[in-house]
Write a protein of this length. Structure first.
Length: 209
């Protein structure tokens, strides 16, 4: 388990500096890696190919090439080790959805660990979250669909039939959220027939229940 020998964060940071200096292509060529498809270390708003970066850190620390760089999967091995050193590793593409899905996976993984392990990792975890700029497709929704569905709801959730939990500070109207039954991302229509006005709890249940 060669990656565990990278025992100090300073060597990972040194590899990051080398990556920045050489550029992604030349850095990967130097250490004979292809581009990472899923796992990236995030540092000061930039993404870095995870496994190649750790190998670069290993080389900087020990100055020796390895005959094999097997790791039994980044998720199970390298990612936890980097997190123990105080770094953030994400499984992501370039969209906000990818970031949200990755957080769900990381929360589930953390829940399956022992409390003492989580607390130990928190000792070296950064106090401030890393910042990453992502690309995001935004659907420009029909305002008339939203307004009409809210009027039809008459201040009551169309699922649980309870009154809206509070009124909007902006105009005093009951707070409900208009939900697409078939998501727009799955080809759903932005129409009255494909929407329903829900209270926040029922809306979260539709997405996560």
């Amino acid at each position: 388990m060669w990656y565990l020998k990278v025992s100090q964060s300073e060597y990972v940071i040194a590899a990051i500096r080398e990556y920045d200096k050489l550029g992604r292509i030349k850095f990967l060529e130097k250490y004979d890696f292809s581009k990472s498809k899923e796992y990236f270390l995030v540092y000061k708003g930039q993404r870095y190919d995870c496994k190649p970066l750790v190998y670069g850190a290993y080389m900087l620390q020990f100055s020796e090439k390895l005959k094999t760089r097997h790791s039994q999967g980044v998720q199970k091995t390298i990612r936890p080790h980097l997190e123990s050193l105080g770094f953030t590793v994400i499984k992501t593409g370039d969209s906000l959805t990818d970031i949200i899905d990755d957080l769900k996976e990381r929360v589930e993984d953390s829940e399956n660990r022992q409390s003492n392990e989580r607390l130990e990792r928190l000792k070296s975890a950064p106090r401030k979250p890393c910042v990453l700029t992502v690309k995001q497709e935004i659907y420009v929704r029909n305002a008339d669909v939203i307004a009409e569905q809210l009027v039809r709801a008459k201040g009551k959730c169309q699922s649980c039939k309870k009154a809206a939990p509070f009124n909007r500070a902006s105009n005093g109207t009951p707070y409900l959220e208009v939900h697409h039954v078939i998501p727009l991302s799955q080809g759903g229509d932005d129409t009255l027939e494909n929407t329903i006005a829900l209270c926040p709890n029922c809306h979260r249940q539709e997405h996560f229940g």
